[in-house]
Design a protein around this ligand. Structure first.
Ligand SMILES: Cc1cc2nc3c(=O)[nH]c(=O)nc-3n(C[C@H](O)[C@H](O)[C@H](O)COP(=O)(O)OP(=O)(O)OC[C@H]3O[C@@H](n4cnc5c(N)ncnc54)[C@H](O)[C@@H]3O)c2cc1C
Length: 522
């Protein structure tokens, strides 16, 4: 008889894991707490007639193998590349646009610094050389460094082969990317604030830290390894919003025989004789399982869903200190008209991610302020207006915009309830300073503070990646040394979410790798 796997959480990684397991003949049930699947990758109507991605809002990391294996295009998924990746308006009226062609970006950058315009090609050449190596690493199941067996030696060997592709200069650059701050890396290469800001923004996305915090260069790297329709390093838009991705995944899972139960919140995982045996739901029902696979943040699994008596002291103490703290504040706004920026624009540049943070010092200050006061009076805002290329998201002539804002202290917890509206006003005022009249164009808004992200999506600490992307929580150590192979210390209990290698983002890779490891062990 086939094995029965219960997956806790219907986020995109749970859906991917389910689809691969079902294809191999495993009987799979997904239990999702919300009334829709998709986790942080969903689309909602947030104001009458206005729909948008609610949390995650732009696509690049989604792995082409997953798109193909899960027939996502056949299920209607269409991804449009952004014409320009980013537009960075400066307070002095100038602006920088990242064009599809490097030479055009360099030409744009030359208005700020000739030296930087020349250096840009070197930066991208180094990135282009090391990114394939990082992509290879992302496809591996990390070796178990706590208990090295023959299989782990093979993985270490294949890892060493991956590194051997690099020359010494590339190795040194990669070492920097894994260890230093983005600020240090960018200061060493460039002189103008504008390019450091445009590139450095990726280093603080979902990362509650200064761009000068050691390790932030890795977060930058994590955001540039993706591709859209075969073109590397760019970001795109899923027509219909991110929910289109997860609805396509759910359609494929259902077609493969997966059972999906929504409004099914798991309250407890019962362990019997050292094995995860039964999943208990909030409504009092229970489901027996041969395999239990957690798509939720591992901290939630070990601290809330398991009885502490079933978890070793070592694991409990690790997850007590496991860092979950993105510091992200996410809004959607309904607009009656497109904003007009005072800084220079070029045709099509408002389709880009519009970064409102003019320097790394500004970002550093935003973090320092947030540590002291909860948030900064000068916050970091990125705005994307997807309805320009996907008009079906809003009524004719009107628009929706995603506001993705960084450095908002998740430590305020439920106190965010008192500050949510005033901080939303501050964010809108911030955009208004770059695009006067913006405030009046906002006719509806949806607000998610870090606390709201935790309450709505189960994202502990509002962490968009299910755990900080820092060296101590990456690769074999994600989410913990000895658990990087998607298997926990409890028999038949596995992990498949963003808290496992290669981490957060809508990539599908944790779900894919977890299924691969589970099937190997069956
Ligand atoms: C504001 C924000 C912006 C982001 N922007 C981007 C972006 O633009 N591009 C990108 O690639 N990535 C982005 N990300 C990151 C990305 O969305 C996540 O890393 C990714 O969606 C995680 O997927 P997952 O399947 O591992 O987990 P999740 O999406 O978190 O899914 C976990 C699921 O488990 C469910 N659950 C929780 N507790 C229980 C329970 N007790 N019982 C049953 N079900 C439960 C949840 O409801 C959820 O559906 C963003 C994330 C956020 C929050």
């Amino acid at each position: 008889m086939s094995q029965h796997a219960v997956i806790i959480g219907g986020g995109h990684n749970g859906l991917v894991c389910a689809a691969y397991l079902a294809k191999a003949g495993v009987q799979v049930t997904i239990l999702e707490r919300r009334s829709i699947v998709g986790g942080a990758a969903v689309t909602e109507e947030f104001h009458p007639g206005f729909r948008n991605s609610v949390a995650s809002y732009t696509v690049s990391l989604l792995h082409p193998k997953i798109i193909a294996d899960l027939n996502l295009h056949q299920h209607g998924l269409k991804i449009l590349p952004r014409r320009f990746n980013n537009y960075l308006p400066m307070p002095d009226g100038r602006s920088l646009v990242s064009h599809p062609e490097l030479k055009d970006t360099a030409k744009d950058l030359a208005q700020f610094s000739q030296a930087d315009a020349q250096q840009l090609a070197e930066y991208y050449r180094l990135l282009d050389e090391v990114v394939p190596v990082v992509k290879d690493i992302m496809l591996l199941t990390p070796p178990n460094l706590m208990d090295i067996g023959f299989g782990d030696l093979l993985k270490l060997f294949s890892l060493s082969r991956v590194f051997r592709q690099l020359n010494n200069r590339q190795k040194r650059f990669l070492l920097k990317l894994f260890s230093v701050s983005a600020g240090e890396l960018l200061d060493d290469m460039f002189e103008s604030d504008v390019i450091k800001s445009l590139l450095g923004f990726d280093a603080i996305v979902g990362h509650f830290a200064s761009p000068y915090s050691p390790g932030s260069a890795y977060v930058l790297l994590h955001h540039v390894v993706g591709e859209v329709n075969g073109k590397s390093g760019i970001w795109g838009h899923a027509v219909g919003g991110m929910g289109a991705i997860t609805q396509a995944m759910a359609a494929e899972a259902l077609a493969r025989g997966v059972t999906i139960q929504t409004d099914a919140e798991v309250s407890r995982v019962e362990v019997k004789g050292g094995r995860a045996s039964t999943v208990h739901l909030q409504d009092g029902s229970a489901i027996k399982a041969d395999l239990v696979i957690a798509n939720v943040n591992p901290k939630l699994l070990f601290e809330t869903l398991l009885d502490p008596a079933d978890v070793s002291a070592d694991v409990l103490s690790h997850f007590a200190d496991y860092k979950c703290q993105s510091g992200t504040f996410r809004m959607n706004v309904a607009l009656d008209r497109l904003p007009e920026f005072t800084a220079r624009t070029i045709p099509g540049c408002l389709e880009a991610g519009i970064i409102m943070a003019p320097s790394l010092e500004y970002m550093d200050q935003a973090y320092t302020d947030a540590r002291r006061h909860g948030w900064s009076a000068a916050p970091i805002v990125e705005m994307l207006i997807p309805s320009i290329i996907d008009p079906g998201l809003a009524p004719a002539g009107q628009h929706v915009a995603s506001l993705f804002c960084q450095q908002f202290d998740p430590g305020l917890g439920a106190n965010w309830d008192q500050h949510r509206e005033s901080v939303a006003d501050l964010i809108i005022d911030t955009v208004n300073a770059y695009a006067p009249g913006f405030t009046e164009r906002v006719i509806g808004r949806q607000i998610h503070s870090p606390w709201d992200l935790e309450q709505k999506f189960g994202l502990i600490g509002g962490d968009i990646f299910h755990g900080r992307l820092s060296l101590d929580q990456l690769f074999s150590a994600r989410p913990m040394l000895g658990m990087g192979q998607y298997k926990t210390e409890i028999d038949s209990l596995y992990l498949c979410g963003a808290g496992t290698h290669p981490g957060g983002g809508v990539s599908g890779l944790p779900g894919h790798h977890a299924a691969r490891e589970i099937l190997r062990q069956l």
